[in-house]
Design a protein. Structure first.
Length: 96
């Protein structure tokens, strides 16, 4: 399907610039994939959402509440799982 091809290309391109992403970029990208109902893998076979989670965890304190809720909704909507992200996000929410 063309949609999957395009979103796969975006996922692979994302890996090159992922270290530059801030909380808003991470949340928006997760949200966009959820709206498209597509959970991408990158060319090496790993899940993009695993990489997004690893990038997000150290900066969870910088997420606005809307960004965090959009990101977590995207994971839930797509059935993506990342226990460390959910644990750390829960801790971040508890500290608000």
């Amino acid at each position: 399907e063309m949609k999957h091809h395009i979103f796969s290309k975006i996922a692979n391109a994302t890996m090159k610039v992922l270290p530059e992403f801030d909380a808003r970029c991470l949340a928006n990208l997760c949200y966009a994939y959820a709206i498209a109902d597509y959970l991408p893998k990158i060319d090496d076979g790993s899940a993009l959402f695993d990489h997004l989670a690893e990038q997000s965890i150290p900066m969870l304190g910088t997420f606005k509440s809307q960004e965090l809720s959009n990101m977590l909704w995207a994971y839930a909507h797509l059935g993506a799982s990342h226990s460390d992200l959910f644990q750390e996000a829960g801790d971040a929410i508890d500290s608000i």
